[in-house]
Design a protein around this ligand. Structure first.
Ligand code: GLN
Length: 192
């Protein structure tokens, strides 16, 4: 049966993920309502502005349903602001910013400063021989990892890719360069 991958569609780079996922032969679903989560075999939390996405999850009544669905084992990939949303703890956060608190990491927002404001880069990914090509846009970095968290990628000596169980969190945007490595790993988690 064809997999259905939801993309949280409240704000941010939704269309780019949909386009990339379609090249992998899955069905995609724009998730704006709690009941849509039930139809997903996997989920992508896209990049954008994490404070805005946080606020919109609360306004759209999606905050608790997301916590429930992802907490129950829905394979989920958070990219950039999506990683921020998944994290247990944030550094330097806006006063009322909340996260879903599911991925046992601490994330520092905008950790690469202005020189990497909008850069494309190649980075090593797990044991893979070919580097991954991705864009960094006001990228966060992971500054603490819990005991169950596996580091998948570093860049400029900072952690930028992790996995904990069925959760993947990355600081960068492979969907902007068309690199399918991380999304393929997400699909693998549906059968793991
Ligand atoms: N810096 C943004 C934030 O804090 C994230 C940027 C991105 O998703 N590309 O939300």
């Amino acid at each position: 049966m064809t997999l259905t991958v939801g993309v949280l569609a409240l704000q941010g780079g939704v269309a780019e993920h949909v386009k990339l996922l379609e090249t992998l032969g899955v069905n995609t679903l724009l998730v704006k309502k709690p009941e849509e989560l039930q139809r997903c075999d996997a989920l992508v939390l896209p990049g954008g502005e994490s404070t805005t996405i946080d606020r919109l999850t609360r306004i759209f009544g999606l905050r608790q349903p997301l916590i429930d669905a992802i907490g129950a084992g829905l394979p989920t990939l958070g990219t950039c602001a999506g990683l921020i949303l998944l994290a247990k703890n944030l550094e330097g956060t806006a006063a009322d910013q909340q996260t879903l608190g599911l991925l046992d990491v601490t994330v520092a927002r905008n950790a690469f400063g202005s020189q990497i404001d909008s850069a494309e880069a190649e980075l090593a990914w797990c044991q893979q021989e070919t580097p991954l090509r991705a864009a960094f846009i006001r990228a966060p970095a992971i500054t603490r990892t819990g005991p169950e968290v596996e580091v998948l990628a570093t860049y400029r000596k900072k952690i930028v890719g992790v996995q904990e169980g069925k959760l993947l969190g990355i600081s960068f945007h492979p969907e902007l360069t068309g690199d399918t490595t991380v999304h393929r790993r997400l699909l693998e988690l549906t059968t793991a």
